[in-house]
Design a protein. Structure first.
Length: 290
């Protein structure tokens, strides 16, 4: 005997128990749930984040800027544990009223500037330091188009496919099929673009690549949702080439480590306050002493 089909009520009400893996932190209202000031370190740029794909975008950008010699890009990266609800603290909500990581404060000027939404942070930093965003209008527009492509597409990958395939409390064939189809279409979009272009905006590595790579590069290597075989990611040869090329960049390797709390302890740098932290404060080095 099968369950009766779901019929939506006239007025939706929140069922706290019906949220899957993230039921404890999902809610239908905004705003802070508790008072908590955020720490402030020694550098002008203060990042509050976690090494999800959206968080990795920004730490990669900051490490790339430092690799180019932009000393003003030095930053403190503070860990926001979203599973614990840190993003609903009053200090974090003051920076990002949407309560999503990453959030950045730039204290280099006479008045602090808050920046939220990962794409906005990438654009802000590219403009501030004059790097990773072409000046020529055609190439610049191409980079911005792919940046916005990622911002519009990733919810179908994460909140759509990833949620129903990996995190939902039960499997729904229709939902998984619907979002798997869309994710494979997106991979094909990228694969076709990268067939004739080294990077998404053309010949140059830009913030567009930094935005797309943490999501679709991880997917191409089967590192998210355990879905590599299911989606036949190996078939997207140009995406694989691009993914591998970016993964070799030293700044990308460092950026992936910042605010990471899972995986190999040697790859986890929970907080980053100095370049030397990569050598001295990864979890494999500090955990035995704690």
């Amino acid at each position: 005997m099968t369950d009766a089909p779901y019929v939506p009520p006239k007025v939706w009400t929140w069922n706290k128990e019906n949220g899957g893996q993230f039921a404890s932190i999902n809610r239908p209202i905004a705003g802070a749930t508790h008072d908590k000031e955020l720490p402030v370190g020694k550098h002008p740029l203060q990042l509050y984040s976690l090494a999800t794909p959206n968080g990795v975008k920004v730490t990669v950008m900051l490490e790339e800027l430092l690799a180019l010699g932009h000393r003003g890009a030095e930053y403190d990266a503070w860990l926001i544990k979203i599973g614990n609800g840190d993003q609903f603290g009053s200090g974090f909500v003051d920076i990002n009223p949407n309560s999503k990581i990453p959030a950045l404060m730039d204290r280099s000027g006479p008045e602090p500037v808050r920046i939220f939404e990962s794409g906005s942070i990438l654009f802000y930093l590219a403009e501030k330091f004059g790097a990773f965003l072409p000046k020529e209008i055609k190439a610049r527009t191409e980079a911005m188009s792919w940046l916005f492509w990622q911002m519009g597409s990733a919810p179908y990958l994460g909140g759509g496919f990833g949620h129903f395939y990996a995190y939902a409390p039960f499997k729904i064939e229709y939902a998984i099929d619907r979002f798997a189809m869309e994710v494979k279409r997106q991979l094909d979009v990228l694969d076709r673009r990268l067939a004739d272009n080294e990077y998404l905006a053309g010949k140059d590595y830009t913030i567009a690549d930094m935005a797309v790579w943490p999501w679709y590069g991880a997917l191409a290597k089967g590192l998210v949702y355990g879905a590599g075989e299911f989606l036949s990611v190996q078939d997207y040869k140009n995406v694989q080439r691009w993914t591998d090329q970016i993964a070799k960049r030293p700044a990308v390797k460092r950026g992936r480590m910042v605010n990471r709390v899972s995986g190999d302890p040697a790859s986890q740098l929970h907080e980053r306050h100095d370049a030397s932290d990569f050598e001295t404060k990864t979890q494999d080095k500090i955990a035995p002493a704690t």
